[in-house]
Design a protein around this ligand. Sequence first.
Ligand SMILES: O=C[C@H](O)[C@H](O)[C@H](O)COP(=O)(O)O
Length: 233
Amino acid sequence: MTPPYDLDAEKRQAALKATEFVRDGMVVGLGTGTTSKHLILALGERVCAGLKIQAVPTSHDTAALARQSGIPLIESDNAWMIDVAIDGADQVDPALNLVKGGGGALLKEKIVAAAAKQFIVMVDHTKLVPGLGGSFPLPIEVVPFGWGSTARNIEQVSGGKAVLRERNGTVFQTEAGHVILDLHMPKIADPATLEIELNQIPGIVETGLFIGRTSMLIVGHAQGVDVTHAPKP
Ligand SMILES: O=C[C@H](O)[C@H](O)[C@H](O)COP(=O)(O)O
């Protein structure tokens, strides 16, 4: 493959492939981001053609697009039985571990992925990395109270630099009313251990590390898609 790449086309190809794993009667977790938008539009077309599904959205934007596309949503917070959650990612390593949260939706995304029997990840080929971290900072959702102290603790544990996320000159706020610290660090040598260590810091709500959660990876590229199934545990 040589540049220029059509990354949006790659995302769309991956999303279209992901829709093939959605069948009548399923409850589907809908991710957030540009790749998930392609998924929602394609699923909406299938729903209009008669597919019967219900969906759990991972953000207000996703909910709005799903409604516009005719996809019935489960609005309650009851214990869902999600058959498959489908979402994008910011980085994917060879073990199918992920960094997510570039759009700030990591908390709902992780709750939905954890409630799903299957978690399908769709990406363009640039999201594949030999190791997490490095080129993309790790998003960490924290409560606003004492965020500076939380950031210092994160830096001590990780050796990285935690930067408060801003958008258009103001502090970015998540849908749950938290803030995001983007942790810049070189390659994450042991993502599973880092997740455990970060989760012990008071003030951290959730990290963008998705370790051992991916069931299937769909990568879009110029010639089509590659599908990789995670090894059975
Ligand atoms: O918070 C955002 C999500 O984790 C997205 O799934 C992730 O950032 C990938 O987004 P996109 O599909 O736009 O590349």
